[in-house]
Design a protein around this ligand. Structure first.
Ligand code: ADP
Ligand code: MG
Length: 682
């Protein structure tokens, strides 16, 4: 018996060349091979009489060879072999191109099973290059449900199939990790059967069942992992905060808190007084005032003799938080420290000394915070802002700097409940569903090119009034065959042709991060009038003086993403506007964009986006922080996800810590998954 960890080269027919091809698919071990699942199936189980074959619909049929195959050499590189076959319903001519050797194996008078599609008119049926097998051969490409694998150059479906078949014959499939009770409850196939059936299903129904099981399994492992993390943390005992009085903090605030902010803070206070580490997500639309909620938590950490750290995804954002938090907290006797990559080595060293000595009480920074060089004296509270930009990995790296610190994460992406569970399944959630008073909603307009001149004037008017504008483009550079506005080219056009007298600057994701920070900082200082950018500006930078957001090719963005972009304006007292350019005048996209003009409720927009596009696209490419699933597809399998989440929660309650064989195997799978996702979830 071979082991799952054995290399695929122990299989017959896999030498160095084949191994390289498999490596291109990330297949190295027998386990990788067994977990290389088909992307679809062809049902070749049913035999159809020739008469009933339909043009262009491939099918299996049994037929007798009526003559000896004859090959004509047409020219160099083109041989055509023709042969007649028939069953009791009709005759058919088979044509093979450059398959002389294969085709000539067909023997006159013998019966075979063929698989192919007829073409041509009904006078002369014809079929090109069908596959065939002798009646007495083992069904490999006919008389079965054929799995269709993801392939790579040089590797045929048949060779993957053969390799998988061998692997399944010589080693055990991955261990069962779903407890029997769960399988029974949700109608889930056992592992052994599922791993066989996904590759060698006896029917399309069985293939479906196998797939369902494997999807369930992926979700189950992931949600059980999160549930375990949550459970283990709530079991931890730490000293509860005793000093939970926020009177002085409230007095120092330049405004009264919104009801939603007060509720969130109360929930935090309850967490901190409980005696187990807090794990809370504060979710609120852009501008809902999350920073002050974090400030309250930091204040309490300080009142209880502990340090707090707040990590932001960009330097400029860290600097803004540093500025607003020092203004608020310094008068309350809290020393706030900034630690980012932009500091000089000496500044960094000094900052780190103060952090280690405990002189810095609240540290605001970028991922420089998680660098090894940063050592805290007594870190009791870890805050991450704009959480979706960080992976679980970085979050826990920062937590590792303290001893079971309280964790507070803040996200401006309104996430529907199901997905929140998936991304933040280990967290409790507070929702800020209210904006501070006096905030005027951003007016949003959907326009087409015929408005171009008017919008240019609108930009000019805003600048003339001393305000600033964003112009967001879907692409960085011009690309051939793509009719999209690119930030680079558009910035140049605006500066040279449209607004030669204004200060136009450019910001995109391919710039070095120091460069990006510099451009953003200049804009924040008011040293540019129009900032042409890609979606890199999406993350929470606060430039209250920016009052106009123009989005080019708005149909290229998701609703939630547009909503995030729109949140960059309307942050000050002045009335703000968002203009969406799109040439679409009807259809789904038009309806979506119209919906955005009519509502400013981030949660409603998120639900709508999820409904329309599915969660795969929901967060836009890449930045999702979602794990990579092998079989599961978030757009189609939400129902299974919910079931798996429920099942894993029940499992934890029932036997999460027990040592049944399934639980042991499951815990080891979880460990592997989470180790792997540290890289991919960032
Ligand atoms: P976000 O939730 O997007 O992080 P911020 O915390 O940056 O929002 O707050 C946005 C702006 O609103 C800031 O300028 C902040 O000072 C202000 N703000 C926050 N809470 C209130 C409030 N309760 N009343 C008035 N203004 C507030
Ligand atoms: Mg913020």
């Amino acid at each position: 018996m071979a082991r799952l960890s054995d290399p695929i080269t122990i299989l017959k027919g896999i030498g160095p060349t084949k191994a390289k091809q498999f490596a291109a698919l990330n297949i190295f071990t027998l386990e990788d091979l067994i977990c290389h699942f088909p992307r679809g199936y062809e049902d070749r189980t049913k035999l159809v009489p020739i008469e009933k074959l339909e043009p262009d619909r491939p099918a299996c049929f049994k037929a007798m060879v009526m003559n000896t195959p004859r090959t004509s050499h047409i020219r160099k590189g083109l041989d055509i072999t023709k042969v007649q076959v028939a069953d009791c319903t009709a005759r058919l001519t088979l044509t093979f191109f450059n398959q002389k050797f294969t085709a000539e194996q067909l023997q006159y008078g013998k019966e075979y099973i063929f698989y192919g599609a007829v073409s041509g008119d009904f006078i002369g049926y014809n079929m090109t290059s069908p596959v065939f097998e002798a009646l007495d051969s083992a069904p490999l490409t006919t008389r079965r449900v054929l799995p269709i694998y993801p392939l790579t150059a040089g590797l045929s479906n048949a060779s993957v199939l053969k390799a998988v078949r061998q692997a399944l014959a010589i080693c055990d499939v991955p261990k069962e990790i779903i407890p029997e009770q769960v399988r029974a409850e949700y109608g889930i196939l056992p592992a052994e059967r599922a791993y066989f059936a996904i590759h060698e299903p006896s029917s399309m129904e069985e293939a479906e069942m196998a797939k369902k099981r494997l999807i369930f399994e992926e979700f189950f492992v992931f949600s059980a992992g999160l549930a375990l993390m949550r459970a283990s943390r709530s079991l931890k005992k730490i000293t509860p905060y005793e000093n939970l009085d926020l009177t002085a903090f409230h007095k120092a605030l330049p405004f009264t808190l919104t009801g939603a902010q007060s509720r969130a803070i109360q929930e935090i206070v309850a967490d901190l007084g409980r005696g187990a580490p807090m794990n809370r997500l504060v979710q609120g639309d852009v501008g809902s005032g999350k920073t002050m909620v974090a400030a309250a938590a930091a204040y309490l950490a300080n009142q209880n003799g502990q340090q707090a750290a707040m990590m932001a995804p960009t330097e400029i954002l860290a600097e803004q938080h540093f500025a607003s938090l020092s203004k608020l907290l310094t008068p309350l006797g809290i020393t706030v420290e900034l630690l980012t990559g932009a500091l000089t080595p000496k500044q960094k060293r000094l900052a780190r000394e103060r952090i280690e000595a405990g002189q810095a009480q609240l540290v605001v920074g970028t991922h420089a915070l998680v660098s090894e060089a940063t050592v805290f004296d007594n870190l009791g509270l870890v805050i991450t802002d704009e959480q979706h930009r960080f992976g679980v990995g970085q979050r826990s790296a920062l937590s590792g700097k303290g001893q079971d610190p309280h964790v507070l994460v803040m996200s401006a992406t309104p996430i529907p409940r199901t997905l929140a569970l998936l991304m933040y399944g280990d967290l409790e959630v507070s929702v800020l569903d209210e904006l501070p008073p006096g905030r005027e909603p951003v007016d949003t307009f959907l326009v087409d090119e015929s408005y171009r001149a008017r919008i240019n004037n609108f930009i000019r008017k805003h600048v003339a009034e001393g305000h600033q504008c964003y112009v967001v483009c879907p692409a960085v550079e011009e690309a051939e065959g793509m009719d999209l506005k690119s930030a680079e080219a558009w910035a140049e056009t605006l500066q040279q042709k449209v607004f030669p007298d204004l200060r136009v600057s450019l910001l995109h994701g391919q710039m070095k991060s120091a460069e990006k920070e510099a451009v953003m900082a200049e804009f924040a200082k008011g040293n540019a009038d129009v900032l042409v950018a890609t979606t890199v500006i999406e993350v929470g930078v606060d430039v209250p003086n920016a009052t106009l957001m123009v989005v080019e090719d708005a149909d290229r963005f998701g609703l939630s993403q547009l909503h995030q972009l729109r949140g960059r304006v309307g942050r000050g007292k002045a009335k703000s506007y968002c203009v969406l350019f799109s040439q679409k005048k009807s259809g789904d996209t038009f309806t979506r964009l119209k919906a955005l003009c009519n509502t400013t409720d981030g949660f409603k927009i998120a639900e709508e986006d999820l409904r329309l596009r599915g969660p795969g696209d929901f967060f836009g490419a890449r930045q999702s922080g979602l794990p990579v699933f092998r079989v599961a597809n978030l757009s189609c399998d939400l129902q299974t996800l919910k079931q798996a989440q429920q099942a894993s929660a029940d499992w934890i309650d029932r036997e999460g810590t027990a040592d049944t064989p399934e639980s042991v195997a499951l815990r080891s799978r979880i460990a592997t998954l989470f180790a792997r996702s540290q890289g991919t979830m960032n």
